[in-house]
Design a protein around this ligand. Structure first.
Ligand code: ZN
Length: 231
């Protein structure tokens, strides 16, 4: 997280700030491609709109533009869908030096081990999946009034998943799932709002074994079930 600096408008030149995690070196808009676009897509992955998700493909298309606009609107920035100084400075303010959003950490997304190993993916891939989940959770948290969201379980190795009684196909094995505590928000409010933040899997009260947490995860097809929440 870097100190904020005044930025006149979103199409200004390169942000003046250096950031401990990642520094963008150019303005990004529809049509641009590259690793810097992919890094932006990770940061706005919680802003795809209802029932949608953002492809992290390094190609700034219409869906990325729409996500950038939603991000800008969420933080009161000029909502033009162009990622320039104003947008990058907000992202810098929201991220820690390890690239996690300020209100979540790798440790919180992994109560199983410190290596991220022991699942079906490489440790690096599982950890990368968890990073995306954290940015989605940051968006969820902001949408719900910046109230704390606790994560009771994130990544699980095969052995941790067995110990937890998890399904053999659990997304927790892939690092892209999180079991959320009710906090002051409540399970149903979490489940309902999660539909707007890119989660293809949402399980909550009314779904078997989900009376005491709301589970959110990323996968290739949608499955939402929380009958006590009207989902
Ligand atoms: Zn779960």
């Amino acid at each position: 997280m870097a100190a904020p600096t005044a930025s006149p408008n979103s199409t200004a030149a390169t942000p003046a700030l250096a950031d401990g995690c990642y520094t963008w070196g150019r303005v990004l808009s529809e049509g641009t491609t590259g690793e810097d676009v992919r890094q932006l897509q990770i940061r706005v992955s919680g802003y795809p709109g209802y029932g949608a998700s953002i492809a992290l493909d390094g190609q700034f298309g219409p869906a990325t533009k729409a996500a950038v606009i939603r991000f800008q609107q969420a933080y009161g920035l000029t909502a033009d869908g162009i990622a320039g100084a104003q947008t990058f400075n907000k992202i810098y303010a929201l991220q820690d030096d390890d690239c996690t959003p300020v209100n979540f950490s790798y440790a919180e997304l992994n109560h199983c081990n410190t290596t991220w190993a022991g699942g079906p993916l490489s440790a690096a891939a599982a950890k990368a999946n968890a990073l995306v989940v954290m940015w989605q959770l940051q968006a969820l948290r902001h949408a719900l009034g910046d109230r704390p969201i606790g994560v009771n379980s994130g990544f699980r190795s095969y052995s941790c998943n067995s110990a937890a009684g998890g399904s053999s196909t659990s997304r927790h094995l892939y690092g892209d799932a999180a079991d959320l505590a009710a906090g002051t928000i409540g399970f149903c409010n979490l489940a309902k709002e999660a539909r707007y933040h890119g989660f293809e899997e949402i399980l909550g009260p009314g779904y078997p074994d989900h009376s005491d947490h709301t589970h959110v995860a990323n996968k290739s097809s949608r499955f939402w079930s929380a009958s006590q929440c009207g989902i």
